[in-house]
Design a protein around this ligand. Structure first.
Ligand SMILES: [Zn+2]
Length: 99
């Protein structure tokens, strides 16, 4: 039953990685797979993975909403977004500016 033990370990690593990934605003399922298929290193990758919140942001030219740099469409008004020449700032530093 050694295989069962391995499956259980993979499952729990997957679960942990998925939760970490989800907490960081990424996909639970993606990190569940990564961490489950590569136990330990996958989980490590999830822990080291950048927080989505700290990703670069920019403003939509259509409605002014702040969207993620890599978004192709504005989630608010649906304007197609060109890949920008310059990133404006991370959400964290935008918050500082607003304060
Ligand atoms: Zn917009």
């Amino acid at each position: 039953m050694a295989d069962m033990g391995l499956l259980v370990i993979m499952f729990f690593f997957g679960l942990a990685g998925g939760i970490v990934g989800r907490m960081k605003g990424s996909s639970f399922f993606l990190w569940f797979l990564v961490s489950g298929l590569i136990p330990f290193f996958g989980l490590l990758a999830a822990v080291c993975y950048r927080w989505e919140d700290r990703e670069l942001r920019r403003q939509c030219p259509g409605c002014g909403r702040v969207v993620k740099l890599h978004d192709a469409l504005c989630i608010s008004c649906g304007t197609e977004l060109e890949y920008p020449d310059v990133a404006i700032a991370s959400e964290a530093s935008m918050r500082e500016r607003a304060a």
